[in-house]
Design a protein around this ligand. Structure first.
Ligand code: NAG
Ligand code: NAG
Ligand code: NAG
Length: 316
């Protein structure tokens, strides 16, 4: 059971601050299922059915890298979330436009975040990925405060400015060198956010600073903000940009990028996160339960080529 290599890896992780991934690289789950959190419908969405949605681009993004998806619907009971937590292998908090402290999206995020902290502390591997609003939600959960600031980053493609820590990060060290080069030299990361976590507020907040390693920053020419980060001791990852848009969203406007390098960057982020989910051993209690929850039970709605999300899944 407990080979000396494993003992060594665990001791190394404990004493040398080796990334958490080393510890649980024992047995990979090649049928990972990742939850994507729904959120309140955008006000006045003419295509809305029910009260919440998931943009289909996030589903395709994870599916393209070898995961299946379960929608995590908002406004469910704590008991249902606990059950789902123990059934899925990771959670993606998508972009969107809801309140980070009062919405049902924020309520559900907090429940899963707290469960994930407890699970990982007990060596039950459970990764979380935050994109854009998901990034911002993670900062609110970790600091118990909203420290975001307005930036001029609403529809712009930017190159990443990597920090020295990027080189040894779990996320970016898996990327091909030429792709990292493209990410740092070409304007291929799509930014569609009004709010950002400035480097200043991050640095001044002890909880955030101790929790996350900053991998890249950007600037709106006035404020430096964090664009990519990963937690030191938890398999939590966050990007302020939108890797899922390049291959899967088609609105024709500034900030959208469909170059080969942008699509490779998208795939490598998804592939990395799915590889993290493969380290989780959670599973549904039966194939029947699994079947009941998978996203295949729902059909995405085509919203037109000029919509920011070309297809959405809608839920009650
Ligand atoms: C679901 O939403 C309704 C209406 O907003 C609210 O009254 C209820 O408390 C919510 N239920 C849960 C479990 O959050
Ligand atoms: C820091 O956070 C506060 C909210 O607590 C916000 O009002 C302020 O604009 C932020 N400042 C910067 C530079 O990010
Ligand atoms: C790329 O983004 C930078 C901002 O980091 C900007 O100064 C530059 O003009 C952009 N280049 C193109 C070709 O859009």
């Amino acid at each position: 059971m407990c080979s000396s290599a494993v003992v060594f890896a665990v001791l190394a992780a404990l004493y040398c601050n080796v990334p958490v991934s080393v510890e649980s690289n024992l047995r990979l789950n090649y049928r990972p299922i990742i939850g994507i959190l729904a959120q309140e419908n955008i006000l006045g969405d003419p295509h809305a059915q029910g009260s919440s949605y998931i943009a289909a681009s996030y589903v395709k993004y994870l599916e393209s890298a070898g995961a299946r998806v379960v929608p995590i619907r908002i406004n469910r009971t704590n008991e249902e979330y606990v059950k789902l937590f123990h059934s899925i292998n990771g959670l993606l908090l998508p972009g969107g436009d809801v309140d980070l402290q009062k919405s049902q999206y924020s309520r559900s995020s907090k429940i899963f975040y707290d469960l994930a902290i407890k699970a990982n502390d007990a060596s039950d591997y459970f990764p979380i990925w935050g994109t854009c609003q998901g990034f911002q939600q993670l900062t609110v959960l970790t600091s118990s405060k909203n420290l975001l600031t307005l930036t001029d980053t609403k529809a712009v493609a930017l190159p990443l400015t990597f920090t020295p820590a990027a080189q040894n990060s779990r996320l970016l060290k898996t990327f091909p060198k030429d792709l990292l080069q493209s990410l740092s030299a070409e304007n291929i990361t799509s930014n569609f956010h009004s709010w950002s976590l400035s480097l200043q507020n991050f640095t001044r907040n002890v909880k955030l600073k101790r929790f996350y390693k900053v991998l890249s920053i950007n600037t709106d020419s006035k404020k430096e903000f964090i664009s990519t980060m990963e937690a030191y001791r938890y398999p939590f990852y966050a990007v302020q940009w939108h890797p899922e848009k390049s291959p899967f969203e088609w609105i024709d406007k500034p900030g959208m990028v469909h170059t080969l390098s942008s699509i490779r960057a998208s795939f490598h982020t998804a592939s990395f996160f799915v590889s993290e989910a493969m380290k989780s051993q959670h599973s549904f209690s039966s194939p029947r339960e699994e079947e009941k929850y998978l996203i295949y039970n729902y059909s995405p709605v085509f919203r037109g080529l000029s919509s920011v999300f070309v297809q959405n899944y809608y839920f009650d």
